[in-house]
Design a binder for this molecule. Structure first.
Ligand code: LMR
Length: 328
């Protein structure tokens, strides 16, 4: 299929034409919600498809559907079980319908940096969590990082008191709702593809996301500025169905998993640099990026961190302790 690799063919909406597969090849559809390029997950998906389509030509073929053009993150989980897609990588915040264990990743001010995240995900508890949805038939293939999130709103945010009374879009996560309510603000769960419009029309006043999501979906255009709160992780779980994995020839499965693991490790090593580049692009666009003094930042910590207590039973104190220990 090398001649039909269509990466780089962009339409006006940035849709990437999907790879055409040859008869006899296992078709691997990967649906996600972010931009196809210049983004940790978009670049990961593109790199994965490139390697599979080159190295597994004749055996397997990956088609990537970015920017919610096929499914949003709710629907994609059902689609996995129905066999309509084979790979998805929703944010770990979005699995609440299937397991409450991933709430650990959403606890505000948990990880001090991406090295701590990596230590936790690659450690015993992190690896165990890949199997948290096995009873439903989902397999976690690995963690794919985006980065750390920051707040923005239609007015300057410096302390959490500035957020009181505002409405913030959140992912489908009750931890996020609790965090927003702790600031005496209101939370509204919305799909990623609805965020720009909701900010633009004033359905919500603010949002929280990584530099890469804020830049590639242009949220900064409809916000007052971004406040570098670094309050929470955004990481993805690359997920597939056990049924599909089991249906593969062992040799095909092994090669797929090997390529998958290598591409994930490469992508995770690059994610912080991609976020930093997108931060610079936001600054170059003339957007106000507010940094916090240690005292101001401590106010955000004091307001949000108490929500941990509400979710400790769902997550398990042993898992929380392992995540905290990864900071050392
Ligand atoms: C969000 O909904 O804000 C993110 O989970 C989107 C994404 O995939 O990064």
């Amino acid at each position: 299929t090398a001649a039909t690799v269509a990466a780089g063919m962009f339409t006006a909406t940035q849709a990437v034409a999907a790879e055409a597969c040859d008869p006899g090849e296992v078709v691997i559809k990967f649906s996600h919600v972010v931009s196809a390029t210049g983004h940790p997950k978009g670049d990961f998906a593109t790199a994965l498809a490139e390697r599979i389509n080159n190295e597994m030509n004749g055996k397997a073929c990956m088609q990537v559907f970015p920017s919610s053009q096929l499914f949003d993150d709710d629907k994609v989980m059902e689609a996995l079980l129905l066999g309509d897609v084979q790979i998805a990588a929703p944010s770990l915040a979005k699995f609440e319908a299937y397991t409450l264990k991933y709430r650990v990743f959403d606890l505000p001010f948990l990880f001090s940096d991406m090295d701590a995240v990596n230590k936790f995900t690659q450690g015993e508890k992190g690896q165990e969590l890949l199997g948290a949805m096995s009873d439903i038939g989902f397999v976690g293939l690995g963690y794919v990082y985006n980065g750390i999130k920051h707040f923005s709103a239609n007015k300057p945010l410096v302390t959490p008191a500035d957020a009181a009374g505002l409405k913030f879009r959140v992912q489908t996560s009750d931890v996020a709702v609790a965090m927003i309510e702790a600031m005496e603000a209101n939370a509204q769960k919305l799909a990623f593809k609805e965020v720009y419009g909701a900010l633009q029309t004033g359905v919500v006043d603010g949002q929280e996301n990584t530099w890469s999501n804020i830049y590639t979906k242009k949220f900064f255009e409809v916000q007052d500025g971004i406040t570098e709160t670094s309050h929470q992780l955004l990481s993805y779980l690359a997920v597939t169905s056990q049924e599909w994995l089991d249906s593969l020839d062992p040799e095909v499965r092994d090669q797929f998993i090997t390529i998958f693991t290598e591409v994930t490790n490469d992508a995770n090593a690059r994610s912080s640099a991609i976020n930093e580049a997108n931060k610079q692009k936001i600054i170059e666009a003339g957007v106000e990026v507010r940094t916090l003094t240690p005292e101001q930042r401590q106010q955000w910590v004091d307001v949000m961190k108490p929500v941990w207590g509400k979710f400790a039973d769902d997550i398990g104190q042993d898992v929380i302790d392992a995540a905290v220990a990864a900071n050392n």
